[in-house]
Structure formats: C-alpha cells, structure tokens
Design a protein around this ligand. Structure first.
Ligand SMILES: C[S@@+](CC[C@H](N)C(=O)[O-])C[C@H]1O[C@@H](n2cnc3c(N)ncnc32)[C@H](O)[C@@H]1O
Length: 465
C-alpha cells in the first residue's frame, strides 16, 4: 500500500530561528515503525549521522509503516520525531474522527481501528499486571474486557487560550509546539464543553484585547446542573471584564464561573447556582475545578465494579482513601447493604463538600481530612476494617500500601489512573500476601494512551497466621 503522503504540517529539517544545542534536532531519516509504545506513539530505530542507533517516537503511525521522520526533541532514551512522509502504510488505518487529528496533540490513537484500539488498551492492562510480578497466562486470565467510554462523553477539559496577533485561540496545544490549535470540532468532548469553547472564543474576540490576553487557560467541568468554569489568568480581572463575564455566564446559563491567578484560591465571578453531582441519588456540591471521574460512563463502570465486588465481600467497616468528593463513598456506604465508611482526603474543599452532603443525607460516613502520603493509615487506624478502597493520584499510594501490606484488612480494592504506579503498589501488596483476584480496565480517555485500572485483592486470614 503506497501512500507517499507528505505531511503538510511538517516543518522541514532546516529551521533557521532557534539556536540548536543538540545537533541531532532536525536530523531526518527513513525507517520502519516497530511497535506502538506506552504513550501511543510508534517506536522505530534510526541510524544517526555517526552510525549509532537512535530511538524515535513518532505520532499517528502503525507498526510496519515505512516513514521519513525528523527528530524534534529529546525524549527519555530517544527523540520525539515528526512524521515528514508516510511512505508505506502497513495496514488500513481508521479515518480521522475529527478535523484536527494531525495537528492537535490531544489524541494519540485515533488512527487505530476499533478492534486494534481495544486490544492495545487491554494489552496495556495485562502488561501492568505482569509488571506486578504475575506470569503472562495468569495476567491474561485476570484482566477483563476494557470498558470504553463512548465518543463525545468527556465531561471535563482544560482548554489552552492564546490571544495575540493571530487572533483568538481556544483549544489544545499542537504536536511539538506551544501553538494553541483552535479546535472547532472534537470527537471526545461532550457537546456542552464544545458549545462553551465556541462561545468563549467569540466572547474573547469581543473583549478588550489587553484584558483577554491575560487569560491562559480555561477549565470546564460538566456538573449535573450546568457547567463549572475556572479561568486561569496572569492578573485579576478588571471591572469591565467582571461585568462582561457575568453577562456571558447568564447568556450561557453557566452554573458558576471563577477566576484564578497563580496558586491563589479561585474567586467566583458569577456564582449562579452551586454545581452539584449526584452519587447514589445524593447531591454533592462540586468545588471550583474539583475532581470528577472524566466521563459519567467511566464513573458508572467503576461504581458497578465496586458494587459487584461488594456482593462477595462481607464488609461492614470500610475505608475509602483518596475519596475526593465521594464518587465511590456513597456506593460503598449505601450500595446493597449499609456499611460504615471512613472517607479520607487531603483537599480541604473536597472534604467540606463531602461533609456537607453526608450531613444532608445522614449517610453512615465519617469524613477525615488527612494527607495520606505523609500520614498513611497505620495499624491502629486499619484495625477493625474489612475492606479498604484506595484511588490515589498518578503518583500512586506507595506509603499507604506499605502499611496495608503489613496490617491491611482481608479485602482491598485498588483504583488507579497510572498503570506504572499500579504495578509498583500491587507488587508491594502481593509481597505482603495479597492475591490479585480481578482487574477491570476502564478507558475514560478515548484515543489517548491513558488507562484506569480497577482491581480486587484478597488476603486470606490464614495467610497472616
Ligand atoms: C484520582 S482522584 C480520586 C478521587 C475520588 N476517589 C473520585 O473518584 O472522585 C485522587 C484524589 O486524591 C486526593 N489526594 C491527592 N493527594 C493526596 C494525599 N496526599 N492524601 C490524601 N488525598 C490526596 C486528590 O485531592 C483527589 O481527590
């Protein structure tokens, strides 16, 4: 299959402007893609000018593709390389699902057909399980089918903003550049987020350009009762901007719009109603920019997996660690039977939101503000628990897992957004006698290389004696 498709966006190998410190930047070569790597890009070896072998990471390619590439930036043990020419396509590729695929850096795997994509994600989960020390056949058996969120379902996004001589740009950063690509269509974001983006671009075009230039990013979360928007800017908004934003919020019926400068707390500029999400029918206020699972269907997959696991876990006393505003807390406390839950979280605003919802609903939940990296639950805290669920940020929960490995309860549920730290943490728990019983891969970041993992672990009481 010959293509000879010259990439129109490739910038060629001889750029005059920026001084080149690394002589390999800009070096061009022809090669064949070996495999798709963990970040979703193609991996190939090229021969450098001195005959040495260099690893190149190339976007939007398939294994077996013959390509001409130019090295653009140092990346780990190799170089991020730009596709200059797709000389031979190895297999039919899926047509791009949006008009920005080649220029926008948001998706890495749109060009895979649906089956290859599903296999790639499942294999990523299997690899993570193997890296926890489990042999390939067992890993293959443990990992279930991938639960993939549908297109147009992502409910939170951060748009980069650039206002300058080239006009107003609201979108995502391009591949190998700091340019903001004005995304006019997107196959992954919920239509409400895209409608906001379009309106915000028009709004900025009408604002005083100097005031608009201060805006760097805008984060949008789709709560159950409207959008929660946080604008990140270099300076405080002036009076005119405040008034314009209040009008804009009213026109778009936004739930809340806040403004944030640096690390300062976000200041609500238009708080028309408190954004809320419902967990097990209980409305929980969402703090500005607060964490939610990226899609509603991903959240539902995780909650279903928890409820299914609870059917065979005889738990009365449960801890929900890194609980956020309670995506799983209410399911643990109220799903099927009532259980006593201790919910632990370090973000004070998330703690206050959850506390408020617990108070309103008289749920059997105690909310504790605590930094679990510095002060993991210890032997005393863990005694009396039947089940601990932990859902840490990307860094994982190493310190907590070290305590669990020694003094943890019979059952654990691990939820992870980072397969690398998942493998490390599960390895620690297995060394403590836990057995991995089940892994469900949940894909909330369609066509990206990200993957969420849900796992159930069990340590028979006899293993401790
Ligand atoms: C991946 S989110 C999960 C939140 C919640 N389980 C959910 O599904 O909505 C990770 C949570 O860990 C919290 N977190 C981060 N570092 C923490 C720490 N050192 N101690 C306790 N919680 C922390 C974050 O604020 C965030 O709410």
């Amino acid at each position: 299959m010959k293509h000879h498709h010259r990439n129109p966006r490739a910038r060629g190998g001889r750029r005059k402007s920026a001084p080149r410190r690394d002589p390999l930047i800009g070096f061009e070569a022809t090669t064949t893609i070996r495999e798709i790597g963990a970040r979703g890009d193609g991996i190939a070896s090229i021969t450098g000018p001195d005959g040495s072998s260099i690893i190149a990471y190339v976007d939007c390619v398939l294994p077996g593709d013959e390509v001409r590439v130019a090295l653009r930036q140092k990346r780990g043990d190799g170089y991020g390389a730009e596709l200059i020419e797709l000389m031979t396509r190895s297999a039919p590729a899926s047509a791009p699902r949006c008009s920005h695929y080649e220029s926008c850096g948001g998706c890495a795997l749109q060009h895979l057909d649906d089956d290859s994509y599903r296999d790639w994600k499942r294999q990523k989960a299997i690899t993570a399980v193997q890296r926890a020390g489990i042999d390939p056949d067992e890993a293959e058996e443990l990992v279930g089918a991938v639960e993939i969120s549908p297109p147009a379902s992502r409910r939170r996004a951060g748009f980069a903003v650039h206002v300058g001589a080239t006009g107003v740009h609201v979108g995502f950063h391009g591949r190998f550049s700091h340019t903001v690509v004005n995304i006019t269509d997107c196959a992954v974001l919920h239509p409400d987020l895209m409608a906001f983006r379009d309106a915000f671009e028009v709004f900025l075009g009408k604002c005083d350009p100097d005031a608009a230039k201060a805006i760097k990013e805008v984060f949008v979360t789709r709560a159950d009762n409207g959008l929660d928007v946080v604008i990140h800017a270099g300076v405080e908004p002036g009076l005119d901007m405040r008034q314009d934003l209040a009008d804009f919020s009213q026109d778009l019926d936004l739930a809340r719009l806040s403004w944030k400068v640096g690390d300062a707390n976000d200041e609500p500029v238009a708080a028309r109603r408190t954004p809320t999400v419902a967990f097990e029918g209980i409305d929980v206020p969402v703090p500005p920019g607060g964490f939610l699972q990226a899609t509603q269907s991903g959240e539902a997959s995780l909650v279903n997996a928890i409820k299914t696991a609870l059917q065979r876990i005889p738990a009365r006393h449960v801890a929900d660690l890194f609980c956020g505003i309670g995506s799983f807390t209410f399911a643990l406390a109220l799903g099927g039977d009532r259980r006593n839950v201790v919910a632990v979280e370090s973000d004070p605003r998330a703690v206050r939101s959850l506390q408020y919802a617990v108070g309103q609903s008289s749920s059997p939940i105690k909310v504790v503000e605590r930094d679990l990296f510095r002060r993991p639950l210890d032997k005393t805290d863990l005694s009396g628990l039947d089940l601990v669920l932990f859902d840490p940020p990307r860094a994982g929960a190493l310190a907590q897992c070290e305590y669990l490995a020694v003094d943890g309860p019979e059952w654990l549920i691990a939820v992870s957004c980072n397969p690398a730290t998942f493998s490390r943490d599960i390895r620690v728990l297995r060394n403590g006698g836990y057995e991995l019983k089940q892994v469900v891969p949940v894909d909330q970041f369609l066509w990206s290389s990200h993957l969420e993992l849900f796992a159930v672990l069990h340590r028979p009481k006899s293993a401790l004696s």
